[in-house]
Design a protein around this ligand. Structure first.
Ligand code: DGL
Length: 270
């Protein structure tokens, strides 16, 4: 048994890396649906079908707990999966709620009424599907009042990263940040609401300037998983297995992943 990590492509590796640092002995199986990335331009039903397929594959690998290390799937498919599809003996968790808990200074499971929090003006950067779902604003409204959110759909960034075109990714990030800053000139926090974006986090930070606090998911999610496994030790597998599955072309995906992770990441066909 291992913990499964699902993403549409390479972005979830940023979460996997943080989990490896926080929980070095945890057995992990990664699934990247690179053949169908990006998800951010697909409709909710399509994202639901593809996500269920990938998560089912991780269940087949013996994963009783799967992390959707993909905001787009978390925003567009997770609730429906939990209501209609996830078997009673399995768990599927998203990356959205831990991020919002961090932003609103809450501990896991704190269901107290919404209250004022330190951040007032939040810039959200995410895929078009995540922005369209308004899941971020909905989850935030359960926990905080008086927070103004300006969302920027960052079309093209995931595509560029998946293609390994970092020059294009950087140019697109700068133009998306500029476009958001025209509508919200002084955000006090920025949320990188896509697991691909930590790969270009330096560009976001540079374009946003030093006064904006950037919330990036990998360490937040790793911390929240450590806490979850502490409360559910039965879900920690045995061994120290690491496997990487892709629906794409394994050699090409391994090459790009190796570049991002700065170590060999040998993908197998899913
Ligand atoms: N890493 C996914 C996310 O967090 C990218 C989605 C996509 O494939 O567009 O949203």
């Amino acid at each position: 048994m291992a913990v499964g990590i699902f993403d549409s492509g390479l972005g979830g590796l940023t979460v996997l890396r943080a989990i490896e640092r926080r929980l070095p002995d945890l057995p992990l199986v990664y699934y990247g649906d690179n053949a169908h990335a990006p998800y951010g331009v697909r409709d909710a039903d399509d994202i639901y079908q593809l996500t269920c397929k990938g998560v089912a594959r991780l269940f087949d690998e013996g994963c009783d707990l799967v992390i959707l290390a993909c905001n787009t799937a978390s925003a567009a498919a997770l609730r429906r999966m939990q209501e209609e599809w996830v078997p009673a003996d399995k768990r599927v968790l998203g990356v959205f709620v831990p991020l919002i808990e961090a932003l609103t200074e809450r501990k896991w499971g704190d269901r107290s009424p919404p209250r004022e929090v330190a951040v007032k003006h939040v810039a959200l950067f995410a895929t078009p599907a995540t922005v369209a779902s308004r899941a971020f604003q909905r989850e935030l409204a359960f926990r905080a009042i008086g927070v103004d959110v300006e969302a920027q759909p960052c079309g093209g960034v995931v595509d560029a990263i998946e293609m390994g075109d970092m020059i294009l990714a950087e140019a697109l990030v700068r133009s998306h940040v500029e476009s958001l800053l025209r509508r919200m000139p002084n955000p006090d926090a920025a949320v990188l609401g896509c697991t691909h974006y930590p790969i270009v986090e330096d560009v976001f930070r540079d374009a946003l300037g030093p006064d904006v606090r950037v919330f990036s998911q990998p360490t937040i999610v790793a911390e929240s998983l450590a806490d979850y496994l502490h409360r559910h030790p039965g879900l920690i597998g045995t061994g120290r297995e690491r496997r990487f599955l892709t629906t794409g072309e394994p050699r090409a995906v391994s090459n790009k992943a190796t570049l991002f992770m700065r170590r060999p990441v040998p993908f197998e066909q899913a």
